[in-house]
Every structure is written in structure tokens, then in C-alpha cells.
Design a binder for this molecule. Structure first.
Ligand code: FAD
Length: 383
């Protein structure tokens, strides 16, 4: 079997790029195969991100918010997202949208091959001019393979590594409880697990919300520990209101300075596997979108989907390493750090900074607002 383009892994990153290929007149003749071990019918992720304009996936945005609160033990910050909107996409809608678009493209252009294969990828072989993807029962040759399979992190291949691990409950309250225009971005008034931990509350109506207990630490917790924290939070903050748990979500995201590959010959790495997870926050969705757009622009311009990081991108990576160092070595309490970041800077600047889209002036302002001692220590530890 031969295809121009094979996607090894058709999750967030694979599908984000595949949909953009469909939209590009210059790439209209490419035959595409998407391989995933699952057919993706379930809501296995809830993706949140922020942007100022309607984005590529605007039509499937499930909810958007204008405001946020951050709580520490002694402070409350009220933030406005303006000019950003904080948006939520449910993966079940995302997968359905992508599958419909791909199916529609195939039916409109019967000469173009757009195929799916639901099998685990066992290995991707790298040749001079092409790659071969081996699944349990197929060997597929491709000019380019976009690989978003979960990466391995061999010991000693990084300096810093934390898991951002979480469990969430989608709750339906039996009476109006929430403000659906405002989220709790971080509530640090929860057990800190000798690390940094917070509750994240995303109301989608006055009676419905996703509450996620999130920890940045080297070790995961047993499932019951997350559930106990969410249960206690509900008892403490919404006492005497009965509720149902409609759905649950859990996951872990690597926060690391591991040097993710961008490309090995015809194999191009996407998503978390391609280093699109921001090491200091775990946010990935919007970086996947920026990366997909940049790959298409490069492909249309040069004939190759190849990119090298810009200077500013390399500097953001370095900022991330410093923050990760401070968090991992507990040089400063995580709750205080995030409080200072949002208290001493305009929220829009912080949101641009966390999206790797800030100006140099904003960067300097943000750096100057942070406590010098822990960051200097982190700086010297990198040398
Ligand atoms: C529960 C959860 C919630 C998250 N929420 C947010 C959020 O709110 N905002 C944000 O910015 N980021 C979030 N993230 C981080 C990040 O956006 C997601 O992990 C995102 O899905 C990463 O995209 P990806 O394509 O790299 O990986 P995935 O979307 O996981 O795609 C990888 C694909 O590879 C497939 N696969 C794996 N192994 C094989 C194999 N051997 N053979 C074939 N297929 C295989 C999987 O089935 C999957 O479809 C979240 C992560 C998790 C886990």
C-alpha cells in the first residue's frame, strides 16, 4: 500500500493537520491515510484554550467564557479574558467534525484516496526518500508520515519532568449554582500533595460544570485520592446542594524539557510527540493549531512540511525550563507564583505570554514581576 501522507495517530494533532491539508489547494492531490488504534467515538478529552478571533474549530466550540477567578488561601483575583475568549471543545464533537469533513472530501473527490485504518502502529521505518508504517497487519509506504503516537521519555533524556495529572467530574447540580460566564482558573485551596495542586472549575450552565483536581508532581495519585479531593471541594464550596456526576475525565500531560524531535527524514512529529505541549503549563491545543498552520504554510511555500523553531520559540522554551525548575525544586510556592503572574501583569499580556505570542516588552515586564531569587537560582542551574 502506498499513500502520499500517512498519519500515525489521528487524535488532536493528526486531525488538526489533516483538515488543513483538505483546505489547501496546493495539497489537493495528496492521498491520505489516517491510522489510529481507536475509532474515537467517545469524549476522552475536553480541550480548553484562548484566542481573540473565531478559530479553525469555532463551529464546534461547546462553551466560551469572559472572566476568571484565581483563589489562594488569602487572596482572590478577578480577571477579565478580554480581548481573548476562553473556549472549550469536547473531543467527541472534534472527532465527529473531523471525520465528517474527511468523509465529505472523499465523496467530493473520488479520485483522491482518503482512508482510515483502525490498527495499532507497531513501528515506523525510516528510509531515505520515504517511510514505512508497520501495523499489526499492514505495511504502508508513505512520502511523509506525521507521527503523533505517545512519546517515550528514556531516563536521563531530560533535566526536568513533572506530570500534570488530573481527574475531573462533569457535575449536574440540582439547583442553579454557577455563573456560566466565569471560570475558576485555579483554586489552590485544596491539598497540595507536597507539590502544586489546584481545582479548575468550568461551568457550562448555571447547573453544569467540569471540576478538575489537577496536580503538577513527579508521581501520580491513586484514583481515589483525586475523587476524595473533588468530593471534599463540592462539600466545602457547594454545601447542601445535591448533584449527579454525569461523566468523568482523567489524564496526564508531560511537563518536561525533554528535547522532542521535530523530524527524522520523512517522519514529522506532531502534537505532544512533537513538543507542542508547553512545558510550564501543559496547554497543547492552541500550539497544535499554530504548528499545523505553520506546517501548511511551509509546505505550500517550499514543497516540504518542514519547520525550524524561531528565536522567540527557543526563548519561550527556555522560560518554560526556568519555571519548571522552580516548580519541580519547589524554590517558590506554585500558588504564589501564579498569583503574582496574574496580579502584577495585565491578564491579556499573561495570556499572550502563555500562548508564546507576547511581545519582547511584555516578556520583560512579566520577568521583572516575578520573584528574582528562585528564578536566578533556576537560571544558574541551567548553565
Ligand atoms: C484528558 C486530557 C485533557 C486535556 N485538556 C487539555 C486542555 O484543556 N487544553 C490543552 O491545551 N491541552 C489539553 N490536554 C493536552 C493535549 O491537548 C492533549 O493531550 C492532546 O490530545 C494532544 O494531542 P496529540 O495529537 O498529541 O495526542 P492525542 O490526541 O492523544 O492523539 C494521539 C493518538 O494516537 C493514538 N495512538 C496511540 N498509540 C497508538 C498506536 N500504537 N497505534 C495507533 N494509534 C495510536 C491514540 O489513540 C490517539 O488518537 C489534555 C490532555 C488530556 C489527556
Amino acid at each position: 500500500m502506498h499513500y502520499d501522507v500517512v498519519f500515525a495517530g489521528a487524535g488532536c494533532a493528526g486531525l488538526s493537520l489533516a483538515l488543513r491539508i483538505l483546505q489547501s489547494p496546493a495539497l489537493a492531490s495528496l492521498n491520505i491515510l489516517l491510522i489510529d488504534q481507536q475509532s474515537k467515538q467517545e469524549n476522552d478529552h475536553t480541550w480548553c484554550f484562548w484566542e481573540t478571533q473565531p478559530g479553525f474549530f469555532e463551529s464546534i466550540v461547546y462553551h466560551r467564557w469572559e472572566k476568571a477567578k484565581i483563589y489562594t488561601h488569602h487572596h482572590q483575583l478577578n480577571l477579565s479574558f478580554h480581548p481573548f475568549a476562553y473556549k472549550m471543545i469536547r473531543s467527541v464533537d472534534f472527532y465527529r467534525f473531523a471525520h465528517d469533513r474527511l468523509q465529505h472530501a472523499q465523496s467530493q473527490h473520488p479520485h483522491r484516496k482518503i482512508g482510515w485504518l483502525y490498527e495499532p502502529v507497531l513501528n515506523i521505518e525510516h528510509q531515505q526518500t520515504h517511510a514505512i508504517v508497520h501495523t499489526t497487519s499492514h505495511h504502508i509506504q508513505a512520502s511523509y508520515v506525521f507521527n503523533s503516537l505517545p512519546p517515550a521519555f528514556p531516563a536521563n533524556s531530560y533535566k526536568h519532568f513533572l506530570w500534570q495529572h488530573f481527574r475531573g467530574w462533569f457535575v449536574h447540580m440540582h439547583k442553579p449554582t454557577f455563573d456560566p460566564k466565569s471560570i475558576i482558573l485555579m483554586d489552590f485551596r485544596v491539598p497540595q500533595q507536597n507539590a502544586t495542586a489546584f481545582m479548575y472549575v468550568l461551568p457550562t450552565s448555571s447547573q453544569d460544570a467540569l471540576l478538575e483536581y489537577t496536580v503538577f508532581s513527579t508521581h501520580l495519585l491513586v484514583a481515589e485520592a483525586y475523587n476524595t479531593c473533588i468530593y471534599n471541594y463540592m462539600q466545602q464550596h457547594y454545601p447542601n446542594i445535591t448533584y449527579d456526576i454525569i461523566e468523568e475525565e482523567q489524564g496526564k500531560i508531560p511537563m518536561t524539557d525533554f528535547n522532542f524531535p521535530s523530524q527524522h527524514g520523512p517522519i514529522i512529529y506532531l502534537g505532544t510527540a512533537g513538543g507542542q505541549t508547553k512545558a510550564s503549563t501543559g496547554y497543547t491545543f492552541s500550539f497544535i493549531q499554530q504548528h499545523s498552520d505553520a506546517l501548511i504554510r511551509a509546505w505550500e511555500k517550499t514543497g516540504k512540511p518542514q519547520l525550524s523553531p524561531t528565536l522567540h520559540q527557543r526563548i519561550y522554551r527556555w522560560y518554560d525550563q526556568l519555571l519548571l525548575h522552580v516548580l519541580q525544586h519547589q524554590l517558590y510556592p506554585g500558588d504564589q507564583l501564579f498569583k503574582i503572574l496574574f496580579e502584577k501583569n495585565a491578564p491579556a499580556s499573561v495570556l499572550r505570554f502563555l500562548n508564546n505570542q507576547s511581545s519582547w516588552v511584555e516578556d520583560l515586564h512579566i520577568i521583572a514581576s516575578l520573584p528574582a531569587k528562585p528564578f536566578l537560582k533556576a537560571f544558574f542551574a541551567q548553565l
